[in-house]
Each structure stands twice: as structure tokens, then as C-alpha cells.
Design a binder for this molecule. Sequence first.
Ligand code: SF4
Length: 245
Amino acid sequence: MYSDLYNRLNQYYSRLDPHHETWVLWIKGNKTPKEIFEVAIGTILVQNTNWRNVDKVLANLKSQNVFSFPQVLEIKQEKLEQLVQPAGFYKQKAVYLKSLSALFLKYPTRDTLPSRKELLECRGVGKETADSILVYCFQHPIPIVGTYTRRFLARFFAEKNYLKMKYEIIQQELNDNLERDFEVFGRFHALVVCHGQNFCQKNTPRCLHCFLLNNCQYGQLHESNSEIAKIQTLISRKTKKKPSK
Ligand code: SF4
């Protein structure tokens, strides 16, 4: 089922991806040091904001020649806060960027990668961010579980437990059912985000227009079904407030 789901998402979004350029960079193998830097800081900057605002910060950093891990560590905190401002939560995010940059400097060649534990010890790095860094920066095959993943699986399988289930349980399920390849795990995460933004939206999913309608349990059941209504209520209640992923 997961492989089929992955293939269908992949097929559809290879033709329609509103964040095409961003995801192309994130999924690309053999990144240059600058590309790794952009993706790594992007995992922090994108928390609780959109790509447009992240792009503004990236432009700010480029214009001030702060586009490497050593340069982030060298720049004064206040100056970095100013540059990061468009992404919101700029005081916290500036601290997080310095913390992550210090870790990356310990792994300059990328031949060895930081452990998940080390990443989780960085400020502002939660499980989704740590796994995103492992996949998108170090090409390490580990599934990424995000809010979009939980919401999508809860609806697709009509199983509200996905909304609260332990991160590692969902991760294991993806690990057992998808090809163990960094590109597959990275793409699956990206595709589910794209789908969540295009069809499977938080409050009003566009089921009637969705290409997965025939296989999706939520889409097949009427909204008045009590189990479906419970899932939607839980999804609607879940609102992120701080950048702690
Ligand atoms: S049919 Fe509806 S609930 Fe199912 S994946 Fe599509 S948009 Fe989401």
C-alpha cells in the first residue's frame, strides 16, 4: 500500500509541484557545501513560516555574505537576528542557527555524519528537523515524520491514532514499508507536504478533486461519519505555536 501510495504521489507531483525548486534542491544528492548550508539552515528557518519568508532570509544572508557555517558563527547575534527577521521568531531562530552551525563545523567533510542524538541536542532541532537534516544534508536513509504526515495518514487510513502516535512508531512503519533509500524517504516527506498544501488541507481537504479519493478512507466516507468527524476535530485543534521542531 505504501509503495503504491508513494508511486502515485510521485507520479502526480512530478508534474505539479508548487515548491519545485526548493524540493529539487533538498532531494538532490551530492550537494555542494553551499547547498548543504542552504538546506540545513532552511530546516530551521521554515519552522512555522512559509518558503517565501525563508527566501527573504536567504537573500538577506547572501547579500551580507553570511552564507556558510563559520560565517553564521562569526556574525554578531543582533545582526543575525535582523537578517532572520522575515522568517519570524527571529531571536530564537538566530540562536538555533548558531547552535546548528557549531555542530556542522564538527563534520566538515560530510564523510561522517552527526548522530541523531547530537542533532537533537542542538537548540531548535526536534525529531522532524533532525531526520530532515540526516536525509537532505547527509543522504542518510531514515523516514521523516511531520505534522503533514500524521494528518495525511490519519485521513488516508481513517485512523486517528496517527495524530498522537509516538514519532518512532510511525517512522518504523514507513521504514518497513518503503524502499530504504534516502531519496525515497526524502521524496515521500516532500510529496506529503505538497499534497497537504494542495489537496489534503488542514481544515477543508479538497477530497472531491483529489486524485487519491478512490483509495482514501476519509475521502470515501461522508463527513458526517462520527469517526471521520473525530479525526477532523483533532486535526483542527492541533495548532503549532512555537518553533520547536
Ligand atoms: S481524498 Fe481527501 S482526505 Fe483523502 S488524501 Fe485526498 S484530500 Fe486528503
